[in-house]
Ligand binder design. Structure first.
Ligand SMILES: Cc1cc2nc3c(=O)[nH]c(=O)nc-3n(C[C@H](O)[C@H](O)[C@H](O)COP(=O)(O)O)c2cc1C
Length: 313
């Protein structure tokens, strides 16, 4: 054991982090929509070493989503267009109960097509017992000509403030980089009293089958995930941390401990892992945590706090 690690216990607590009142044993979190449809999968991921888990985005009513194919692998990552398929919030209580048996914080991801719908689903998820809410703002507001919540400061402020005023658990806003200025959107979240932000959701993208002469995804256009979006995500985290006082969760392209270290050095307090699970299995959380710890030991970082924001200068 290198100098600076006097006893084994300091290593056990080395990876602990907290984000808006949630205590995580390590900074890896299952991202929304990845194995998060049922409680037993979330419980399995928690037991496999994730520091926290996020549910699939849940809305007011059950939705079937788009037609197949909904997820495809491309050279640089994955494309998906699920269409917010979900069982509806009223039937999700048992799943949350099961997920909580995993023993780590359960973050309920929610969406709505209006501010009122967000507030209604938020209250029900709180009643189901989630530890925090993550607002999936990458969905259209039906009342405002289909404008996406997360692409305008006004809509973002309105929905975050309304949810914050209606629940007593922490509220995290998940932001997209498909906007002119993600920092301005983060500042709107901060003004609305948001407790933290997750950066980033998928980026709008398309794959064309050149033999068939048509888009591959059933919905034609989808969201891009995986290693190819990591530099965009890291830059978003870096700028939000620099320009706001918000705690940030990094998301986009984390497959290894070194990827996670980049996000932490940019200032993230934790990272979410999505399609990395497809590449390394559910053991990825324990592996990434172990790799972060190894990096810290090799480079003389004694606590996660020393690592967080190290590249902010
Ligand atoms: C199949 C699939 C389903 C997803 N469903 C959701 C969802 O319901 N809500 C949400 O906020 N993000 C959803 N996402 C986005 C992920 O949570 C994550 O933001 C994105 O994949 C980037 O992280 P990654 O590169 O680690 O996968 C989904 C992604 C994929 C691949």
């Amino acid at each position: 054991m290198p100098a600076g690690y006097p006893h084994q216990n300091s290593v056990v607590f080395m990876l602990e982090t907290d984000i808006c009142g949630l205590r995580l044993e390590n900074p890896t979190i299952l991202a929304s929509g990845i194995l998060g449809n049922v409680g037993s999968s979330l419980r399995r991921v928690a037991r496999a070493g994730a520091g926290a888990v996020v549910t699939k985005s849940i809305g007011k009513q059950a939705r079937e989503g788009y037609k197949n194919p909904t997820v495809i692998k491309i050279e640089q990552g994955y494309l998906n267009a699920i269409g917010l398929a979900n069982p509806g919030v009223d039937d999700f209580g048992e799943e949350i109960k099961t997920a909580k048996e995993g023993g780590v914080p359960v973050i309920g991801s929610i969406f709505g097509f209006s501010v009122r719908e967000f507030v209604s689903v938020a209250g029900k998820m709180e009643d189901h017992g989630v530890d925090a809410l993550e607002l999936n703002l990458s969905c259209p507001n039906v009342g405002k000509a289909g404008a996406f919540f997360s692409t305008t400061e006004e809509l973002t402020y309105e929905v975050v403030k309304a949810v914050k005023d209606s629940v007593s658990i922490p509220v995290i806003a998940k932001l997209t980089a498909n906007t002119g200025d993600i920092v301005a959107i983060a500042k709107a979240c901060e003004r609305a009293g948001c407790d933290a932000v997750t950066a980033i959701n998928t980026l709008k993208a398309m794959k064309i089958d050149i033999v068939a002469g048509m888009p591959v995804l059933g919905n034609k256009i989808g969201g891009l995930s995986g290693p190819c979006i990591k530099p965009v995500a890291v830059a978003s985290v870096y700028e939000i941390v620099k320009e706001t006082g918000l705690p940030v969760i990094g998301c986009g392209g984390v497959t290894t401990g070194e990827d996670a270290v980049e996000f932490l050095m940019a200032g993230a307090r934790a990272v979410q892992i999505g399609v990395g699970v497809a590449d390394r299995g559910i053991g990825i959380f324990r592996k990434v945590a172990g790799e972060i710890e190894e990096f810290m030991k090799d480079h003389g970082y004694r606590s996660l706090e020393e690592l967080i924001g190290a590249a902010q200068g």
